[in-house]
Design a protein around this ligand. Sequence first.
Ligand code: FES
Length: 102
Amino acid sequence: MANWFRACSLNELPPGGTREVAAGGRVIALFNVDGDIYALDGVCPHAGGPLGEGRLDGSIVTCPWHGWQFDVCTGRHCLNPDLVQPSFRTKIDGNEVFVELP
Ligand code: FES
């Protein structure tokens, strides 16, 4: 059964912003792409870098450790389409951002 976890307030994640949160025993990376909120597993599959602390350009996040890039809308690595970072559904309720975790 899926569970919705409150991740942050919308004020804490403005358009173009990123955020790292802990929820449900996981590290989650949150991204605001033009008002739409996306959530990925926050641990970079390369060497464990914090994707939620990466730079967001449009829908592309760059890992701050070694520069791997992912499309936050799909989780797909920009150079290796077979590499897909797990993603999670999100919803906004009032001013709160929620993430659905398994
Ligand atoms: S840990 Fe993310 S690119 Fe190396």
